[in-house]
Write a protein that binds this ligand. Structure first.
Ligand SMILES: NC(=O)c1ccc[n+]([C@@H]2O[C@H](COP(=O)([O-])OP(=O)(O)OC[C@H]3O[C@@H](n4cnc5c(N)ncnc54)[C@H](OP(=O)(O)O)[C@@H]3O)[C@@H](O)[C@H]2O)c1
Length: 346
């Protein structure tokens, strides 16, 4: 396992981390049920991940309606000091009108409940799980700063936020001398590269870490759907509203190229898709999702694969997103903003 710095914190995290969205079988009103792993399987998954060198585990209060945190808390107790635990807040945890969001009211309660379920005194990373349009970001950052100062949270993260939302948060934190977001989290894969337009350049400029979710696009990039639907699969089980939205036509091309590259290295498409993410310089850690021990074993070895320049070029060619309008304008402007251009003038 290789380790990468989490933004500017000085903390090293494993380049592959363990996602626990498949832990527990309780459904959530917004997030549905993504798996059904029980305590023994959760224990085996965590053991395998730690044995492989993983030191970052990702969960959320919403996963399996709290059951993911409960199972993780049960199996991690003896090994708490060996790992960083990241959890998240925003999702509804009850039927009440104030049982969700990024208010002081909800965050204080949700954090206590996450800590209780995880059987720990602190979270290493606490992400806002989404944008709350009703709560001023000043209020959210105020309560997040409080819980950092209380020692209940080590670092703050922002999941699923747009670049401007994170930038606004960083500005407010600097203005009010408060704890800042140190890491962003987003879905990123060979069929979902939109983060490259705004989020990634913003994060690099601000020195944020980046954890990646949905690296296999709900399993699509394994290539297992090439011959039609697979009933025993997430994409076969969950409805389209919970699935990542992708350009299906483009995905067919990407899956073909993945297969070609995988054959070249005598490996699997899943490993190539994860190795491509690891080759992207902005990525700190790829959060692995798995439903079976075999899938986890396969994905955990993706870091051993080094893609060649030719592999990367072929994958890029098949998956490159259309440039945004601003990028077109900026590339026209870029040549005159170089030291060389000015040396020619003088
Ligand atoms: N912040 C957020 O909003 C957010 C959102 C999503 C995820 N996450 C985090 O990111 C983690 C990973 O996301 P994800 O689970 O969506 O990742 P993913 O890699 O896109 O999908 C994982 C699913 O793909 C299938 N799969 C994985 N490896 C496979 C393999 N080698 N061969 C065949 N099928 C395979 C499995 O489903 P089937 O076998 O059932 O098809 C597995 O459950 C989550 O556990 C969670 O911690 C965060």
């Amino acid at each position: 396992m290789k380790y990468r710095l989490l933004g500017r914190t000085g903390v090293w995290v494993s380049e592959l981390s363990l996602g626990t969205m498949t832990f527990g079988g309780r459904g959530h009103p917004v997030y549905g049920a993504m798996g059904a792993l029980g305590p023994d399987e959760a224990d085996r998954f965590v053991g395998a991940a730690l044995d492989a060198g993983v030191n970052l585990i990702d969960t959320a209060d919403a996963y399996a309606n709290g059951e993911s945190e409960e199972l993780l808390g049960r199996v991690i107790r003896q090994r708490r000091a060996d790992v960083l635990i990241a959890s998240k807040v925003i999702a509804p945890l009850g039927p009440g009108v104030n049982d969700h969001g990024l208010t002081r009211l909800h965050i204080m309660r949700a954090l206590e409940e996450s800590l209780r379920r995880l059987r720990t005194d602190y979270l290493d990373v606490y992400y806002v799980h989404n944008w709350d349009p009703l709560t001023p970001l000043e209020e959210t950052l105020g309560v997040l700063d409080d819980v950092v100062r209380q020692g209940k949270v080590r670092y703050l993260g922002a999941a699923n936020l747009a670049a401007w939302q994170i930038s606004k948060g960083l500005g407010l934190s600097a203005l009010h001398d408060r704890a800042r977001f140190v890491v962003g989290q987003t879905a990123y894969s060979l069929v979902t590269r939109d983060a490259e337009h705004e989020l990634i350049p913003m994060g690099v400029d601000a020195g944020l870490g980046l954890t990646v979710t949905k690296p296999l696009a709900d399993g699509l990039l394994t290539g297992k759907f090439s011959n039609g639907p697979v009933p025993d699969s997430r994409r076969g089980r969950i409805g389209s509203t919970l699935q990542l939205r992708v350009d299906e036509q483009k995905a067919v091309r990407v899956v073909d190229v993945l297969r070609t590259v995988a054959e070249r290295h005598a490996t699997t498409s899943a490993r190539v898709a994860i190795a491509w993410l690891l080759a992207q310089p902005a990525v700190t850690s790829v959060t692995l999702g798995a439903r079976t021990p075999d899938q986890l074993t396969e994905n955990l070895t993706a870091g051993q694969l080094t893609l060649t320049a030719q592999d990367l070029a072929e994958l890029d060619e098949a998956s490159r997103p259309a440039p945004p309008y601003t990028s077109y304008m900026q590339s026209n402007f870029a040549p005159i903003r170089t030291p060389a251009a000015h040396q020619l003038d003088s």
